[in-house]
Design a protein around this ligand. Structure first.
Ligand SMILES: [Cu+2]
Length: 167
């Protein structure tokens, strides 16, 4: 059944945001991981255009590690209101935390805006197993944090949806 493998935690855990700096300090001890302990929240995020695998309009920042390598990583994505990611899978578990805004995540092979999608407001955590087919859209400007172990990528189910195939 669709969505049964979607391990979904909608519980708000706003306190986590307050603990973010200490978590980052621990991560700072790893090789190649920038120490974020001395930097503040948001204003120190090194935003830039998202990689070409994302539909145009997203901003991207690597906070720790390298998502293209076989190592732990933490990245952030900033989507404008209404931003859509067509149906896709990932080769590794996707773990996302909603920092602000709301991301809607639907399961399956077809992009459908309906009541079956999960609305994940700020503070939500979602975990999607490798290979699970899903899609997403943002309501309001939305910032997500993804963490896991690379190499991380997106495989669109329909090659026509892959922005790299569009000229
Ligand atoms: Cu995904």
């Amino acid at each position: 059944m669709r969505g049964t493998r979607f391990l979904f935690v909608a519980t708000l855990f706003a306190l986590t945001a307050c603990r973010g700096i200490s978590v980052a300090r621990q991560a700072g001890g790893e090789a190649g991981t920038p120490a974020l302990g001395a930097t503040g929240p948001q204003q120190s995020i090194p935003w830039g255009p998202a990689p070409a695998v994302f539909p145009p309009g997203a901003q991207f920042a690597v906070l720790a590690g390298d998502p293209t390598k076989a190592e732990p990583f933490t990245v952030r994505l900033r989507f404008p209101d209404g931003y859509k990611i067509p149906p896709h899978t990932h080769p590794k578990v996707e773990r996302l935390t909603v920092i602000s805004g709301t991301i809607h995540v639907g399961m399956g092979e077809k992009f459908e805006v309906d009541g079956k999608a999960h609305a994940l407001p700020a503070g939500s955590l979602a975990t999607m197993p490798a290979g699970m087919k899903h899609f997403a859209w943002a309501k309001g400007e939305t910032i997500l944090q993804l963490h896991g172990t690379g190499p991380w990528s997106i495989q669109y189910l329909n090659p026509d949806d892959d922005p790299r195939n569009k000229k």
